[in-house]
Every structure is written in C-alpha cells, then in structure tokens.
Design a protein around this ligand. Structure first.
Ligand code: FAQ
Length: 330
C-alpha cells in the first residue's frame, strides 16, 4: 500500500487502486527491484522526473569543474596540480556519462545544455560558492565529494538502469576525490598555524552549504515521496544529511578542526549527532539564481560552450570523413 498524501504542494502519490494497469505493472517491477530500461514502458512523470534529476546531476558535474578549475594553475606543487587536473577531468567524464543516461530518455544533448544555459535547469547549489583559497580545494574534496558520495552510493541501486550503472563508475572515482580532499586538509591542519587557520576558514565556509546539498527537509521536498515510491531515490533528504553529519564529525575531530555549529552534539538516545538549524532562506536564494557566483558560473559555462564549438564541429567533420572513407574503401 502506498501513502496517500494531502495536496500541499508536495506532489501527491497515487494509491495502488488509483493506478492504471500499466502503472501497477510498472510499480510491481520497481518493487521487485527489476531495473527499468530505456525502451520499457514507464509513466510519463517517471520519465520527466528522471530527466530533471539526471540532467541536474550532469550539469552539477560540469559546473562543479569551475570552482576547482580556478586553482589548477595555482596548486602548491606539481603533484597537487596533476592530482587536481585529473579530478577535474573526472568530473567532466561524470557529466558525459550522466548526459548519456539522460539522453536515453528522449532529450538530445543540445536540448539539455540549452536548458542549463537558459537557466531553466538547476545544478547543485554548492557550486555557486567561491573557492577563495587553496584550502577550499581540500574542503570541496572532503565535504562536497563526501556529500555527493553519500547520496550517490544509494543511487547505484536506483530503479533506472542507465542511471544506476553510470553511478557505479562515478562512485568509485568520487571516493578517490574525497580522499584527496581530506589529504589536503590533513596536510594543512598539521602544517603551520597559518595553514591550519586557512583549513578552518574553508571548513567554516563550506560546512553549511554542504549540508544544503541534500536538498530541503523531507516535509518541504515536493519530489521525495514520489521519487521514493519509484525508487529513483532510495532515502529521504534528511536521512542522507544525517548520515553525512554522523560520518563527518569524527573526521573533523581527527583533523582537530571545529565544525561551525554550536548546536552540534551527540544524542545518545537517537544514536546520531544533533545539529543546528539550516538557513533555508539562503538555500532558496542560491537555487533561485541569487547565490554569490550563480551569474559568473553560467557565464563561464556558456562561454566554454561557444569557444568549444569549433572542436565539436571538427570532431563531427572528422567522423563523417572517416565514415565516407570506409564506404569508398569497402
Ligand atoms: N541544489 O523535492 P526535492 C557533485 C531542488 S554532484 C539545487 O528534494 P529532488 C559531484 C530540486 O531540484 C552534486 N537544487 O528534489 C562533484 C527541486 O527543484 P524543482 C549533485 C536543489 O530532486 C563534486 C527542489 O529543489 N548531485 O557534487 C538542491 O527529489 C565536486 C525541491 O527539492 C546530484 O544531483 C540542491 N542542492 O531531490 C562535482 C545527485 N536540492 O525541480 C564537482 C542527484 C534540491 O522542483 C566537484 N540528485 N534542489 O524546481 C538528487 O539526489 C536529488 O535531485 C536531490 C534533490 C537530493 C539533490
């Protein structure tokens, strides 16, 4: 039986009795953990929800290259530079897998990119914050990749085959990314007083935005109930956020850094850390286009797309030439 919800802006979930026979069959397959593939029948709103989520995820990966790309030329050593370069390239690759997964649902890459550039499609709130110092690269790897993995590990088991398979590879790379971020933080936290202060400052600025990455609280999340019924999401936003807090507090203690939350404390009864109130007003400002870097991030993406046009055209011309050559040779 599926929860009946009052219509409060949070999308209503159909009861089994209200479903059409096709919808019931579809739900039975989802409940039996049978993956849904691109050519299978699916409710139109399942398809639309997936396009929204997967494309938002793809856009996040490629916009997420910008705050880190900002530090490639200023990395403190050749080794750090090579590692960061590889990480940023990985994020571009994640974008590619995810755009490909979204394309299986019937939209072209051009349409998806156009939705990003016109501001119609969202990308993760976190990438609208600036990376001000080298320590931010550590904080992004540790916290942002850490929050991303917490969410993505569960998406490996989501109901849509192409998305879940893309997630398996992405998660392997993301866990390496998190380790490299923590390694930067450890070096800084064990370095000179100035370095430790820089690490603490980065943690202070990235902590709360990282918690916001999980999305609004479940009672304010319009899509969660339906997405969980369809196993597009396996857990609610609050549960994953709590897991992230529980995992990260001991890591901060090990670094001897302080999380910027006076209300953070272990709750013996719940077996979890309690934490302070999230500033949801800031979150909604950011996702509605008014964060510190929204405009510059979009400008940079549009410029990169325009400047890369000749590369795409050259690649297509080369592929066409090769096919024509093969045909004449055959
Ligand atoms: N930012 O009802 P819900 C990464 C929107 S990857 C912006 O809870 P849903 C790797 C949401 O779209 C990070 N918007 O929505 C990396 C909806 O808007 P709409 C990205 C947000 O979809 C690391 C509205 O609020 N990861 O970081 C955010 O069920 C380092 C209502 O929310 C993914 O995308 C947000 N944080 O749950 C790369 C994972 N949260 O359409 C480079 C896949 C919510 O109604 C460097 N996505 N919104 O106007 C998901 O798991 C889900 O989409 C959630 C949101 C959990 C993000």
């Amino acid at each position: 039986m599926y929860a009946q919800m009052v219509d409060t802006g949070v999308k209503r979930v159909k009861s089994r009795e209200e479903m059409s026979p096709e919808e019931r069959d579809f739900q039975d397959r989802v409940d039996a953990d049978i993956k849904i593939e691109a050519k299978d029948w699916m409710p139109e709103s399942y398809r639309r929800t997936l396009i929204r989520q997967i494309s938002q995820h793809a856009h996040s990966e490629i916009v997420g290259m910008l705050p880190e790309g900002n530090w490639i030329t200023r990395a403190p050593s050749l080794k750090r530079k090579a590692i960061l370069l590889a990480k940023v390239q990985d994020e571009g690759g994640h974008g590619l897998y995810l755009y490909s997964a979204a394309e299986t649902l019937g939209l072209s890459r051009e349409q998806l990119i156009e939705q990003l550039h016109s501001g119609k499609a969202k990308y993760s709130s976190i990438f609208n914050y600036p990376s001000l110092t080298w320590a931010d690269i550590g904080a992004i790897g540790w916290l942002v990749d850490g929050a991303a993995i917490m969410n993505q590990v569960t998406l490996q088991r989501c109901s849509y085959g192409p998305y879940s398979r893309a997630m398996i590879r992405i998660c392997k790379e993301e866990s390496f990314h998190q380790r490299q971020g923590y390694d930067i933080m450890m070096t800084l936290a064990r370095g000179a007083a100035e370095q430790k202060a820089m690490a603490q400052d980065a943690l202070n600025r990235w902590w709360w935005p990282s918690l916001m990455m999980f999305g609004p609280s479940d009672d304010q999340s319009p899509h969660s109930a339906q997405s969980m019924q369809w196993k597009i999401k396996l857990y609610g936003n609050d549960e994953l956020r709590q897991r992230f807090v529980d995992q990260t507090v001991p890591q901060a203690e090990y670094l001897d850094l302080t999380l910027p939350d006076p209300d953070l404390k272990w709750n013996e009864e719940r077996g979890h850390y309690d934490f302070g109130a999230i500033d949801w007003q800031e979150f909604f400002h950011v996702i509605n286009g008014d964060g510190p870097c929204n405009r510059s991030r979009l400008r940079a993406r549009v410029a990169a797309h325009e400047e890369g046009r000749w590369v795409r055209e050259a690649a297509v011309a080369y592929a066409q030439k090769k096919t024509a050559h093969k045909r004449t040779a055959a």
